[in-house]
Design a protein around this ligand. Structure first.
Ligand SMILES: Nc1ncnc2c1ncn2[C@@H]1O[C@H](COP(=O)(O)OP(=O)(O)OP(=O)(O)O)[C@@H](O)[C@H]1O
Ligand SMILES: [Mg+2]
Length: 508
């Protein structure tokens, strides 16, 4: 094996292992990353991607193995070590200080000084130079908490540029971005890459891998599986390396018919803040999609139906009878469940364990029972761990120690366990690997077969088209149209979701 310096490779992992109580997250992982690559780091939920990157960034300490940067053995014990070696990482939860300006965040602890005091003018100038260099639309004096998620991500990138980082790691950077924000990010990534910055990019979206990456490395169950240039890999091969077997289909077959109207939403609105008066019906056994750009009001409409936000007009009928829903508890009582979009804030209690999270919502519903049966709880929890392929050392592991995708699976399991008649899934497959996606799709179809109403909000058009009986499209807080059958294609949905289509439909 190559010893010492191989300058074509900027980075080399040799025999990296990492143990957590009950899990070995990484097992003897070895591979190299070439200078100037945009590397897709791929693998199922819990494969060890984030753990490996946290080790490189000094957030975790490896138990075994060595890391070489530019041919030199790198002793990384804390984030500062890693920073000094030219590594920058952008986590999904940013490390910015919300109350400070863009420039202050970029130069935190490194502010330029004149006679011992911070030289504000110079600092803002330096920030502006970086902003111009990567060609983005923010100002050095903007306060970070007034920026969008995408803009905050750009501030993190500016910080990496200011540190002259050679290796930039991004852990699922696009999962909270709109399509156009993603394009903007890719534009910046390409710009930096031209300057020979090596990128490591974690994503579950295969279209992005082919769009932006030059190489791919795949991990499975904490082990290294394969590294190759993207040009030598097909989508099917990548999927096979990720899951360890070939997948014949991405969407399970839906073999049942749609029944009678069950849910009627009439002129529901929050007073026009995010949701204009909106009306639609949903049928028993139907998978009804909601498409639209991020910010179109889909999540807000779902929260009104679920009683999570207060409606300012309109009504909801369930099975022909008006349902008065003023709180989430009312909604649960009426048989409505919502898997929210933001699992960290709304879907899960990170300080509770897997079992507590899964049984939580159902416990609410069955409050009138005299006691809880721990054996039954264990059984129920085991069932969801099995069904959703949740990777955890046990039912009593804290949710906060699970990988991002596994947390999402628990949020889904928790609501499935309420056996709602109407289940609203808001971006349920975000950050979830391809195998678990299939499981979630299968569960949706099973629920439809049982005559439930499934409302499926997603920003990924292929999965809506692959799964839904009908798709409603929203634009700027209004329902701009709906498509079924042959019309369920990307072109007609995008037309309704964007300015022209939305306006054209809004008029009549
Ligand atoms: N701090 C921790 N304590 C205990 N276990 C952990 C910790 N961090 C990670 N793990 C475990 O290590 C394994 C690998 O997790 P990791 O977060 O690296 O996965 P991942 O590949 O990033 O997955 P995802 O795509 O879901 O984000 C998982 O089984 C996870 O539960
Ligand atoms: Mg991860």
């Amino acid at each position: 094996m190559c010893k010492g310096s191989d300058t074509k490779n900027i980075l080399e992992f040799r025999g990296i292992s990492k143990y957590f109580p009950g899990v070995q997250a990484l097992k003897d992982v070895s591979f190299t990353v070439g200078k100037g690559e945009i590397l897709a780091l791929l693998g199922e939920n819990g494969a060890g991607k984030s753990t490996l990157m946290k080790i490189l960034a000094g957030a975790y300490i490896k138990d075994e193995g060595e890391i070489y940067i530019d041919g030199q053995a790198a002793d990384i014990r804390c984030p500062e070590d890693s920073e000094r070696l030219g590594v920058a990482i952008i986590y999904q939860e940013f490390n910015l200080i919300p109350g400070l300006t863009v420039a202050e965040n970029i130069f935190i602890r490194r502010q330029p000084k004149k006679k011992g005091i911070i030289d504000w003018k110079r600092m803002n100038q330096m920030a502006q130079e970086i902003i111009d260099e990567i060609d983005i639309n923010i100002r050095p004096t903007d306060i970070v908490n007034t920026l969008t998620v995408a803009e905050q991500q750009m501030v993190e990138i500016c910080k990496a540029v200011s540190l002259n980082s050679k290796i930039l790691i991004m852990d699922e950077p696009t999962s909270a971005l709109t399509e156009s924000e993603t394009q903007k990010l890719f534009h910046v990534v390409k710009k930096l890459n031209k300057k020979r910055v090596t990128m490591i990019f974690i994503t579950h979206r295969m279209d992005e891998v082919f769009e932006i990456c030059t190489n791919a490395t795949i991990l499975r169950d904490g082990q290294f599986i394969k590294s190759a240039p993207i040009s030598q890999l097909t989508l099917d091969q990548i999927i096979e390396y990720i899951v360890g077997r070939s997948l014949t289909e991405i969407y399970p077959e839906k073999d049942t018919e749609v029944g009678d109207v069950y849910l009627e939403v009439k002129e529901l609105t929050d007073g026009g803040i995010h949701v204009q008066p909106s009306s639609f019906v949903a049928h028993k056994g139907e998978i009804l999609g909601f498409a639209g750009l991020v910010g179109a009001g889909r999540t807000e409409l779902m929260r009104l139906i679920f009683g999570a936000d207060k409606s300012m007009g309109g009504k909801i009928l369930i099975d022909g009878k008006e349902a008065r829903i003023r709180s989430e508890r009312d909604a649960i009582r009426h048989g409505i469940g919502l898997v929210p979009e933001d699992r960290r804030r709304q879907g899960l209690v990170l300080a509770l364990n897997v079992r507590e999270n899964i049984i939580m919502a159902n416990y609410e519903r069955q409050k009138t029972l005299f006691y809880l049966d721990p054996q039954k709880e264990k059984k129920v929890c085991a069932e969801y761990i099995d069904k959703l392929l949740i990777k955890t050392p046990g039912q009593t592991q804290y949710a906060k120690f699970l990988s991002g995708g596994n947390q999402q699976k628990i949020a889904v399991g928790k609501w499935l366990n309420c056996f709602p008649d109407i289940i609203i899934l808001d971006e349920p497959t975000r950050g979830i690997d391809i195998n678990a996606k299939y499981e979630i799709y299968s569960i949706m179809i099973q629920l439809a077969r049982e005559g439930k109403v499934i409302i499926f909000v997603s920003s990924e058009l292929p999965e809506l088209i692959g799964m839904c009986d009908r798709i409603i499209v929203m634009h700027e807080g209004k329902i701009s149209g709906e498509v079924t059958g042959k019309e369920m294609n990307q072109k007609s949905i995008m037309y309704l979701a964007t300015v022209e289509g939305g306006k054209a439909n809004g008029k009549n």
